[in-house]
Design a protein around this ligand. Structure first.
Ligand code: GUN
Length: 291
């Protein structure tokens, strides 16, 4: 059996096209252009790349982006001041603080300061708390987990009643992905660095979301035949045939997994483009609720 490939790039493009149409209609109706503020502290190369991709997506969809870089050694007071300023700025509908922040800064405090109506990353404790509670709805769902669930739905994977295994418990992906799957009525197990029998637990899963940042960690013989595999990992694998000396691989051994899984996302071209598409959808939603 060969798994059906989940084309994240194409699905993300479809989401972006829908957002663009709505933005165009908004502006034609005399409403404001949605605006996203991006805050980058320091000069991490990966973070700077992600920010550029987010700004470019805003440009392509007719949204405003406001980039607010801060030096690596910025004080907590200066960061707090910027967040408050962005909270008060009517042109800014969404605020994204690129993570991780340098160690001397208090991430929890910064995320807590973001107005929940502008929290397009869904990382404020209020939005995350609502995600964790029955009968409550967050204003925004974190973009990567939101993208993972969107992909599953798009290809017709039944989430309700499914056994789902999430590998990893990060604040950005693993934990909110598990909460979102519970909201969608899956039965969820989270495995992590202290889990004792990971392969046996993964073998029970109808849905696997791998977000641990270990290249090709999940092997083909851990996968239940027909399972849906969503690979969030982006890892470098040394490869002398490539000009840059490496290729990108996920947290799942793709060649093994595709022989067993029912659906699988590639890396790159799976979850990655969805994160940006969902951020754009969240930014449009922010503009809509702030009218
Ligand atoms: N760092 C890695 N992923 C993300 C994300 O989705 N949002 C933010 N703000 N920072 C990140």
């Amino acid at each position: 059996m060969t798994a059906q490939l989940i084309d994240g790039k194409a699905i993300a493009q479809k989401v972006q096209n829908e957002v663009k149409e709505k933005v165009t209609a908004r502006v034609a109706a005399g409403k404001s252009q949605p605006g996203l503020a991006t805050v980058l502290v320091g000069e991490r190369v990966d973070s700077a790349t992600y920010i550029r991709m987010k700004q470019k997506a805003c440009d392509n969809l007719g949204m405003n982006s406001f980039h607010r870089p801060l030096p690596e050694d910025v004080s907590q007071e200066e960061l707090d001041k910027l967040i408050k300023e962005l909270n008060a700025d009517k042109k800014v509908n969404g605020i994204l603080i690129q993570l991780p922040l340098p160690d001397h800064l208090d991430e929890e405090r910064a995320l807590q300061l973001v107005n929940i109506e502008k929290d397009v990353d869904g990382f404020s404790p209020i939005n995350l708390g609502r995600l964790a509670q029955k009968g409550r709805e967050p204003l925004f769902v974190p973009c990567t987990p939101y993208g993972c669930i969107y992909l599953l739905k798009e290809v017709g994977v039944e989430i309700s009643g499914a056994n789902a295994v999430v590998l990893g418990r990060s604040n950005i992906v693993g934990m909110p992905a598990a909460l979102l799957l519970i909201k969608e009525n899956a039965t969820v197990t989270v495995v992590h660095s202290r889990t004792k029998n990971t392969p046996d637990i993964v073998r029970q899963a109808d849905i696997i979301i791998a977000a641990i940042g270990k290249r090709e960690f999940v092997r083909g013989d851990w996968i239940k035949p027909g399972a849906a595999v969503i690979d969030v990992g982006i890892n470098e694998m040394p490869d002398s045939s490539k000009k840059r000396g490496y290729r990108l691989v996920g947290d799942v051994n793709f060649e093994e997994a595709k022989k067993v899984a029912g659906h699988i996302t590639p890396v790159p071209g799976g979850v990655g483009p969805m994160t940006i598409a969902m951020l754009m959808a969240n930014t449009l939603h922010a503009a809509e609720i702030q009218e």
